[in-house]
Design a binder for this molecule. Structure first.
Ligand SMILES: NC(=[NH2+])NCCC[C@H](N)C(=O)O
Length: 591
């Protein structure tokens, strides 16, 4: 696998060389190269540099032009405005670079120069509870980030920090002890249980136990005692707890399956997985003085975290009754992930409403020395999913919307859209059903991934499955259209012909294709998958313009033009496919 130097990087290097030759005292100044409308690229670096060295920017730019020798790469370079450089590349350089990208499925994307181990915490629903849209966001964004990081060479360890511990389990387990057959499935233990059955079982049990808990003080007390036994590792209690976890996993897997997402069992390490570390975590914090006792509770204080009354609001790692909460678990998880899993980066894909929690947890871990001086802890925070009306997403009855219902509806709408066009392509019923799934689930994922994560976004199915605009189905159709051209081309192979003169639409498409690697490395570095979505959308738009101006299959074309255009659309299809796959979205060949 050869990693390919992008056109932008090549040009940048040549301009930088010419710049330091023209002005040795400039050292290794950055030419600040950008894509431009006026030419292919514009370099703005001469302005700042001339200002710094008290020279004339146009003069300096002129010297750079005179000293630049790159006939293979640069067709035209001129000084413009107050001292910009407008740079136009040769057609040959564009096609040659793309040909180098096309050799294998890495598409010339290099492995990151500095890669390490990232432990990514995402897709973390709660046991015995229905999944909601917030869990969708974490799953979709986290899965995409994992794939992207892995593709750029990072070692990625996935952790699904499911909520499987805490006081409500005392209530559930105690209820199950008193009503032993409530979780049973008709037909014995080895019947196949569906996700639907599993969640309805759990919902029923939750409601029933809650009712007793609220009305019967003695039950409440027994439930409290049960938590203690659970946390102390009592065998019978543990076994019953395990049944809740197993039943929930059946449900989680069915939802993830619907989402066309693979979640591996060993990667599910819930809150309970850190139980044995909690006491030690607290002891270390207390001994080092990072945490102090305050009214019986073990607390960490922060100068800049204050409540409305002006008093500091601490992070509570152990409650005054001795119980450990969410923070103690997260701190223990950090110790595990750094010390045992060797993480250099801890990435948390969690709702922005938990930002204060993570800020305090990270700071505590830092004070305790658990992050060393090189481990980075980052929350990739996402905003709230809103309804069409812009208000938090609820049913008309004011309840949280069930994730599965949403997904089913998305697939249903998408299937209608697919069916309307199916005749033209000659899809079979089975293909319509399959494509409906790919389009519906893709639509939900793409809507989530195409806006900056931290912003709230509106869950609007009509918009999501629209054929026009920034939607996954638009991209999927673009992909399918290329596949149809490639099928029509029959045995003809895509061949790059660097000697050809390119039409403007070909150049624009080509230059955009070449940016794939750079976009990916940006996305990986800044944890911004929406930039990959934007890139792919622009790619599809360039493709559309290309179709409008350049026919691939036409009597007017020479064999070389035909093969070269085939080459361009084929590389576009492969780039779309790869990019969409990284986002977790399928690209059917016929749509
Ligand atoms: N390490 C973590 N705290 N991860 C986030 C867990 C999210 C939590 N289960 C929730 O549903 O809100």
């Amino acid at each position: 696998m050869a990693s390919v130097t992008s056109l932008a990087a090549s040009v940048n290097q040549r301009v930088a060389d010419a710049l330091s030759a023209a002005l040795p005292e400039a050292g290794s100044a950055d030419p600040l190269l950008r894509r431009s409308d006026r030419a292919d690229f514009q370099a703005n670096g001469m302005l700042a540099l001339a200002k710094k060295l008290k020279g004339n920017p146009r003069e300096l730019a002129g010297k750079v032009v005179d000293g630049l020798e790159a006939p293979d790469l640069i067709k035209e370079i001129e000084v413009s405005g107050p001292g910009f450089l407008n740079i136009t590349l040769t057609d040959e350089a564009i096609i040659k670079t793309l040909a180098a990208r096309a050799v294998d499925d890495r598409l010339g994307v290099p492995y990151a120069a500095e890669s390490g181990t990232t432990v990514i915490d995402f897709a973390q629903p709660n046991v015995a509870k229905e999944m909601h849209v917030g869990h969708l966001r974490s799953a979709v964004i986290g899965a995409a980030m994992s794939e992207i990081l892995e593709f750029t060479g990072e070692k990625v360890i996935r952790r699904h920090h499911i909520g499987d511990w805490g006081t409500q389990f005392g209530m559930l387990i105690q209820y199950l002890i008193e009503h032993p057959h409530e979780l049973d499935h008709k037909g014995g233990t080895d019947v196949e249980v569906s996700g639907e059955e599993a969640i309805s079982n759990l919902n029923r049990l939750y409601k029933a136990s809650r009712a007793v808990f609220d009305s019967d003080p003695e039950f409440k007390e027994r439930a409290r005692q049960r938590v203690v036994e659970l946390q102390a590792g009592d065998e019978e209690t543990r076994a019953l707890w395990q049944r809740f976890v197993d039943e929930s996993k059946i449900y989680f897997y069915s939802v993830f399956n619907k989402l066309d997402m693979e979640i591996r069992d060993p990667d599910i390490v819930g809150e309970s997985g850190y139980n044995d570390m909690l006491a030690e975590t607290c002891r270390l914090l207390e001994e080092s003085g990072v945490a102090v006792r305050s009214e019986g509770a073990l607390c960490v204080f922060f100068d800049d975290v204050k409540g409305p009354d002006g008093n500091q609001v601490p992070l509570i790692v152990q409650k005054s009754n001795g119980g450990y909460g969410y923070a103690a678990t997260d701190l223990s998880a950090i110790r595990d992930r750094v010390q045992n899993l060797g993480a250099d980066t801890l990435l948390y894909v969690v709702d922005v409403r938990q930002s204060l929690h993570f800020k305090m947890v990270f700071e505590t871990a830092r004070r305790a020395g658990w992050l060393g001086d090189k481990v980075e802890a980052v929350q990739l925070a996402f905003g709230t999913v809103l309804g069409k009306d812009g208000k938090p997403f609820k049913t008309r009855e004011g309840e949280t919307v069930r994730l599965v219902d949403l997904l089913d509806e998305a697939v249903e709408r998408a299937t209608t859209v697919v069916r309307e066009k199916a005749g033209k392509v000659g899809l079979t019923e089975a293909e319509i059903v399959e494509n409906g799934q790919y389009v519906g689930i893709g639509a939900v994922k793409y809507a989530d991934l195409s806006t900056s994560a931290v912003r709230d976004y509106k869950f609007d199915l009509d918009q999501m499955v629209s054929l026009n605009g920034d939607t996954s189905v638009y991209l999927q159709y673009a992909y399918a259209r290329v596949q149809s051209i490639l099928r029509k081309a029959g045995d003809a192979k895509p061949v790059a012909h660097p000697e050809l003169a390119l039409a403007p639409a070909e150049r624009a498409l080509g230059l955009h294709l070449d940016q794939f690697a750079e976009v990916l490395s940006e996305v990986a570095a800044a944890y911004e998958p929406h930039k990959l979505a934007a890139y792919l959308y622009q790619l599809a738009s360039h493709l559309t313009t290309f179709y409008d101006h350049c026919q691939v299959i036409s009597d007017q074309n020479t064999t070389e033009v035909f093969e070269n255009r085939l080459f361009l659309v084929d590389l576009t299809a492969r780039t779309l496919h790869k990019g969409m796959a990284l986002l977790g979205i399928r690209t059917p060949g016929r749509l």
